[in-house]
Design a protein around this ligand. Structure first.
Ligand SMILES: C[S@@+](CC[C@H](N)C(=O)[O-])C[C@H]1O[C@@H](n2cnc3c(N)ncnc32)[C@H](O)[C@@H]1O
Length: 179
């Protein structure tokens, strides 16, 4: 098989991307430490045409050389906001009508494969710190918690891998195969 050349991928230009419909999802980063993870989240959100990234707490903000190493320009295409306090971010998103969901391993979580995303809703998906996860205060404010099943020896996935899995699943449920 011949691999496609870059100009055969037919990607949107920056201005076309700004105009196109987005997946009705805001990705919230609750105190994410690694700038490389932040940049990779931007690139992943660009790939799935996510509406917005909301950076909170110690999460670094663009422009930054270390974020750009993995974002590869996606900080230009994806709209982003910053809140020093993740609680204020969640309150604001709730006021804007988003269903608030932690992506986390928690008691009474719903497994991703069992979660029924609804096409008439918009979602704020909160991903947590590399060591401490989603903060306890934020966990008190959520409408639901989604957990990704794991079958190996490690306790958790990398945050960016988690985002890729969850966004792909939501894309299928909301747009591609949504009922
Ligand atoms: C490396 S994990 C944090 C692990 C940390 N030990 C904890 O207590 O949550 C970073 C983030 O990735 C996401 N994550 C990783 N594995 C996950 C899983 N199996 N289900 C849901 N979210 C997961 C969560 O958002 C988590 O806060």
């Amino acid at each position: 098989m011949r691999k496609l050349k870059l100009d055969e991928l037919n990607r949107a230009s920056l201005s076309e991307f700004k105009e196109q419909d987005k997946l009705p999802i805001v990705v919230v980063l609750d105190n994410v430490r690694s700038m490389h993870n932040v940049g990779s989240i931007f690139r992943t959100c660009d790939g799935f045409a996510v509406e917005q990234v909301c950076l909170c707490g110690i999460t670094s903000q663009p422009p930054h050389r270390e974020i750009e190493k993995t974002a590869l320009g996606a900080t230009q295409s994806i709209n982003w906001t910053y809140y020093a306090d993740p609680i204020q971010a969640v309150e604001q998103l709730r006021n804007e009508g988003y269903t608030i969901i932690a992506i986390e391993q928690a008691e009474n979580s719903v497994m991703l494969n069992d979660f029924e995303a609804q096409k008439d809703k918009k979602y704020a998906l909160i991903f947590g710190n590399e060591v401490n996860g989603v903060s306890d205060e934020v966990m008190q404010m959520i409408d639901a918690c989604i957990e990704i099943p794991q079958f190996g020896t490690k306790h958790s996935f990398n945050i960016v891998v988690s985002a890729g899995i969850v966004l792909w699943d939501f894309l299928g449920k909301l747009i591609v195969n949504g009922s």
